[in-house]
Ligand binder design. Structure first.
Ligand code: AMP
Ligand code: ZN
Length: 116
């Protein structure tokens, strides 16, 4: 989608600091990091949110690609040994601000502020 910022980052028409990419997924640094490592793992396919991913015809393949990218992204960011948190904000109450499904990978410090 041409008016979607994450589609445009994924196709390279908006610059970003990419740390990992493959055929299905791109991972880049969040512009407002909340920790020393704060990356966004984004499927190249435009899907609005996690609920739509679950019902999309390509959803299983895309979700598997995201899962398989996680250790590679963590290693590229240097947090595969120290650990990290993976977060999806879904919808309004979830605090989602960009309507293209994405996963925050956060680490590089001890994340004490657990919600649960
Ligand atoms: P969410 O609130 O879960 O939808 O997350 C959206 C995230 O995208 C926020 O953490 C923003 O800081 C981040 N963001 C927005 N625009 C950009 C951009 N151009 N490059 C990198 N990160 C961005
Ligand atoms: Zn998009």
């Amino acid at each position: 989608m041409s008016d979607c910022i994450f589609c445009r980052i994924a196709d390279g028409s908006i610059p970003s600091e990419i740390v990992y990419q493959d055929d299905d997924v791109v991972a880049f640094r969040d512009i407002h990091p909340v920790a020393p490592v704060h990356l966004l793992i984004v499927p190249r396919k435009h899907v609005a949110n996690l609920l739509d991913l679950a019902t999309d015809p390509d959803g299983s393949r895309v979700a598997e690609a995201v899962l398989r990218a996680v250790p590679r992204v963590a290693a590229a960011a240097g947090v595969d040994r120290t650990g990290f948190r993976l977060i999806n904000n879904c919808g309004e109450d979830g605090g989602q601000t960009i309507g293209h499904v994405h996963f925050h990978l956060i680490g590089g410090r001890s994340l004490g502020e657990k919600l649960l």
